[in-house]
Design a protein around this ligand. Structure first.
Ligand SMILES: Cc1cc2nc3c(=O)[nH]c(=O)nc-3n(C[C@H](O)[C@H](O)[C@H](O)COP(=O)(O)O)c2cc1C
Ligand SMILES: [Mn+2]
Length: 468
């Protein structure tokens, strides 16, 4: 799968995509159809008739585990945990992108520069009534390059449409684009960037994934696909661009220039602040797009919908991979529930092998790249509990967990989006480490109640006789 068009063809042949031919308004209507559709785990939607526009809009690409499996090229009956394991296995063999000639890059079919640029030519949706405007970049990512090392980063940071050649940015502190932007600022230069809308969906998933610093998401995509991503040089920026992208915006971000941005209905189900804030923006210098481009959006807002599933896959896979890399024995599985956007809670099952093993896993989880940012609650369970089997996890939390053995970490890196913290004090979060295992070091363990196997057989053979 190299492009959004490949995804559409595959999803359609598996009946996982629906074309909407009726006219739909970009102003709230489109997002509300997508949101309600996603709440029912509905199909990917290709809106072919957006009021006032020729360009179609696709939404709900990542909403179900089945479609995540399709994107990853895995069997359609895979579970999220299967996908984490596959990701961790394939993700080891980083494969850099391959540069292709412009003639082989459909993203260059149309090139618009300077005064001719008008981003209002695309059917950019407005998602929720209190949103500050239309959001151009939701299912997109921003490409930037570290000025010192050349490391190329792909990061999904929302972008509001602020003018015909201006889109907002919100690089949260410590995100890779933020780290890079500060370096350009120190050099007194704006940062060249490119935003990509519409591409191999795996690239977007990786844009939103917590891949370690200094690693390019392009190389991870190559690893997961088993084939390098085909990239082409930007027209005005020295950045590799996915050759099969639908719409590419090239421009620069000046760390010292601001425009009013937001608010935006975030994946926490709340607004990230109380109103508009001054934020950096992309001054757009060039737009390139395919013939008949396809615009892509993801509904954010209240869980569980498209963004939450995207994050449940990439955050869970990253946590699993990063824990494996620590070479802790006995790890069985990890589950990051989509209800927590895959990022606020993790459940880990282990086969305990020594005293303190469960504690080691708990503290390891919050020390991974993924866990060190915003993960608030970690639960470790014994191997007889599947971490995705929430009723069984509740059983373990009820009958094996003991509050006197839990640990509260008072300070850790937070996300400014966490609505459980006051709006002006969201830099630092606490963390809860819950050991819901039977302690390894207990000499006398609770004796489980077993049924008598002979009697079970006998009763089963009499089942219909008993009228059951
Ligand atoms: C739809 C969507 C919107 C997002 N918006 C932002 C945002 O505005 N700012 C931000 O810092 N992270 C945002 N994120 C989360 C980042 O994509 C995520 O933290 C990712 O790891 C950033 O890339 P990086 O690790 O290379 O910095 C968003 C994720 C999704 C799926
Ligand atoms: Mn990154």
């Amino acid at each position: 799968m190299k492009s959004m068009r490949d995804f559409i063809a595959k999803a359609e042949s598996e009946q996982l995509l629906k074309r909407i031919t009726a006219e739909v308004d970009w102003n709230l209507e489109l997002s509300h159809i997508a949101k309600l559709n996603e709440e029912q785990s509905g199909p990917a939607l290709l809106f072919e008739n957006v009021k006032g526009y020729e360009t179609p809009v696709i939404t709900s690409v990542c909403t179900t585990v089945q479609r995540l499996a399709l994107i990853m090229g895995q069997p359609l009956d895979s579970t999220l945990v299967d996908l984490y394991k596959e990701w961790a296995k394939l993700g080891e063999n980083l494969l850099p992108p391959k540069e292709v000639d412009k003639s082989q890059a459909p993203c260059k079919e149309n090139i618009v520069m300077g005064d001719d640029i008008d981003l209002f030519q695309f059917p950019v949706p407005k998602f929720y009534p209190l949103d500050g405007g239309r959001f151009y970049g939701t299912a997109h990512f921003i490409i930037s390059k570290d000025p010192e090392t050349g490391w190329v980063n792909l990061g999904t940071y929302r972008s509001q449409l602020l003018g015909k050649d201006k889109i907002g940015t919100q690089f949260i502190k410590g995100k890779h684009a933020d780290i890079m932007l500060k370096k350009y600022q120190a050099m007194g230069k704006p940062m060249p960037v490119a935003s990509v809308v519409g591409c191999d969906p795996l690239l977007f998933i990786l844009g939103a994934a917590r891949i370690s610093a200094f690693v390019s998401e392009y190389d991870v995509c190559g690893a997961l696909r088993g084939a390098p991503v085909e990239v082409v040089k930007g027209e005005t920026v020295d950045l590799p661009i996915p050759a099969h992208a639908e719409i590419v915006v090239e421009g620069e971000v000046d760390a010292e220039k601001f425009m009013d941005e937001g608010p935006f209905g975030e994946y926490t189900g709340y607004y990230s602040g109380v109103g508009t804030d001054p934020r950096n923006f992309i001054d757009v210098k060039c737009v390139t797009f395919r013939n008949n481009p396809i615009f892509w959006g993801t509904t954010v807002g209240r869980a569980v919908t498209d963004t939450h599933m995207t994050m449940a896959l990439s955050y869970g896979a990253a946590l699993w991979q990063q824990l494996l890399a620590m070479k802790i024995p006995g790890l069985k599985a990890v589950y990051c529930p989509p209800e927590g956007s895959g990022r606020f809670m993790a459940i880990i099952s282990i086969k305990q092998m020594y005293p303190g093993h469960a504690d080691q896993v708990l503290t390891a989880a919050i020390s991974t790249e993924m866990g060190a940012y915003g993960l608030k609650t970690v639960i470790v369970v014994d191997e007889d509990i599947d971490p995705w089997d929430i009723p069984r996890v509740m059983y373990a939390v009820s009958f094996r967990f003991q509050p006197n053995r839990c640990q509260i970490i008072k300070r850790g890196r937070s996300t400014p989006l966490d609505p459980s913290l006051p709006i002006n004090a969201r830099d630092i979060t606490g963390r809860l480490l819950m050991d819901a295992t039977i302690p390894y070091d207990w000499k006398e363990k609770p004796i489980p109640i077993e049924l008598d196997p002979e009697m079970v057989k006998r009763v089963q053979s009499r089942w219909s006789e008993l009228g059951l």
